[in-house]
Design a protein around this ligand. Structure first.
Ligand code: RFL
Ligand code: PHB
Length: 423
């Protein structure tokens, strides 16, 4: 006689697993800034999207990362309808300090770029604003989607398979947007021969802290010192964000708050500057890497943001590149899905990569100018000091830094001009 268990086991081999199937125009994998912003821009132009995120909402909203938004990114976020709180709480900055040899030098970024500026507003806040707007819009955003895989993008049946709420699901679509970050599944799904990759690892990492204390500076300080790089940034008038360069093999458990503050005091020291300590509420270590994968389009699979490229954070470019990518991607998809034009889609990868490589160079340049290289025999430090003196002493050199820091203007897409793309 069969037991109930035998019966269930036999049934499971006979009855095919039920797959819940649905369809959308654009399946977006990843609810980081790239995926969420793409969803917001497409929603405003009447394109159906479903956003699938592996993590919980709490996790996505708590991930501490970027803090500097270029003016072009601010404009796009406003256009996407999420600029209100940023406008109230963001801090507009018109300059940065470069600190070395006990002196702080101000780079007057706005004066040197015809009035352009950056906005200090945490990525956590951008993500919270985008999630809130998405939920209000009623468009689908699913957290805790496990085992996502992408398929069929080389032909005309793109599909994302995943599990959610214990059920196997498939999302059929016209296009898949791979916005799933550096460790996502979309880029690795592209056949090896169809993608070219360039990368560089650095012999250092950033240890970052968030501290409940008013910033000790009015503008960000990027500090070069023999003990290593340090950065004094901020999140609000009462919260400071600080980083120090550490060896990539360091463990966060070995860094007491006191040890971190001691290094910050030493590295940020300059005439007339004093650093105020406060309770540390978060600390973590991030390795540094440069990476580009090209092309960013493979049939109906389009990569955007960290899924396609990453930069070391010294130039504050990663989030801004993600915003630029999805602005161009939204325009391309609206052109295709509402007006039947492939022109912008065909240009998507090349348009993005021009900007990506400029940001790659700037981020590499800032990183190598400001970090001490453990393998350096002393020659490199002489070059770094010479470069820092040049950048802070020559208007031409300072203008080049400023222009890159505020970011290239975004191409004036129809979306940004608020124009109906299918009009
Ligand atoms: P994200 O933010 O990594 O989001 C990807 C999302 O995809 C999800 N995901 C999946 N979802 C479904 N299925 C899967 N199989 C999935 N695999 C992954 C992930 O859970 C996640 O939610 O990529 P996105 O959207 O491209 O955004 C990129 C930015 O996050 C990144 O470039 C910046 O944070 C970089 N960055 C900075 N950028 C700036 O522009 N200015 C800065 O000041 C700045 N500072 C920084 C930074 C990054 C840092 N770290 C920690 C790397 C400072 C630091 C310390
Ligand atoms: C930050 O505030 O987290 C930040 C600021 C400037 C950078 C990188 C990170 O270059």
């Amino acid at each position: 006689m069969w037991s109930l268990c035998d019966h269930a086991a036999a049934l499971s081999t006979i009855v095919p697993t039920v797959v819940i199937s649905e369809r959308t125009q654009v399946a977006i994998v990843g609810a980081g800034p790239a995926g969420l912003l793409l969803g917001a821009l497409l929603h405003r132009h009447g394109i159906d999207t479903v956003i699938l995120e592996a993590r919980t909402r709490e996790y996505a909203e708590a991930r501490i990362r970027a803090g500097v938004l270029e003016q072009g990114s601010v404009d796009v976020l406003r256009e996407a309808g999420v600029g209100e709180r940023m406008g109230r709480e963001g801090l507009r900055h018109e300059g940065i300090y470069l600190s070395f040899d006990s002196t702080r030098h101000r780079i007057a970024v706005s004066d040197l770029t015809g009035g352009r500026s950056v906005m200090i507003y945490g990525q956590t806040e951008v993500v919270k604003d985008l999630i809130a707007a998405r939920l209000v819009s009623g468009a689908p955003l699913r957290f805790e989607c496990a085992d996502a895989s992408v398929d069929g993008f080389a032909g005309d049946e793109p599909v994302v398979r995943y599990t959610h709420d214990g059920a196997d699901r498939e999302l059929r679509c016209d296009f898949i947007a791979g916005c799933d970050g550096f460790h996502g599944v979309c880029r690795p799904s592209i056949p090896g021969g169809a993608i070219e990759v360039w990368s560089r690892e650095y012999p250092f990492a950033w240890l970052g802290i968030l501290a409940d204390v008013a910033p000790s500076t009015d503008e960000l300080i990027y500090a070069y010192s023999d003990a290593g790089f340090a950065l004094h940034s901020m999140r609000s008038p009462t919260v400071s964000r600080l980083y120090i360069q550490v060896d990539p093999h360091e463990r966060i458990e070995d860094w007491s708050d006191a040890r971190i503050w001691e290094q910050l005091h030493q590295r940020l020291a300059s005439d007339g500057f004093s650093l105020t300590e406060g309770p540390v509420t978060e600390k973590s270590i991030t390795p540094m890497r440069s990476f580009v994968a090209a092309p960013m389009r493979h049939g109906a699979l389009l990569l955007a943001g960290d899924a396609a490229h990453i930069v070391p954070p010294t130039g504050a470019k990663g989030l801004n590149l993600a915003v630029a990518d999805v602005t161009m991607l939204a325009e391309a998809l609206v052109g295709r899905l509402r007006a039947g034009s492939d022109a912008a889609l065909d240009e998507y990868s090349d348009r993005c990569l021009g900007r990506v490589w400029r940001a790659q160079h700037f981020s590499w340049w800032m990183t190598t100018m400001l970090h001490t290289d453990p393998t350096d025999d002393g020659y490199g430090r002489q070059l770094q000091r010479s470069q820092l003196r040049y950048v802070t002493g020559s208007t031409a050199a300072a203008t080049s830094l400023a222009e890159n820091y505020v970011g290239l203007p975004l191409p004036q897409t129809a979306l940004l001009a608020g124009v109906e793309v299918d009009g």
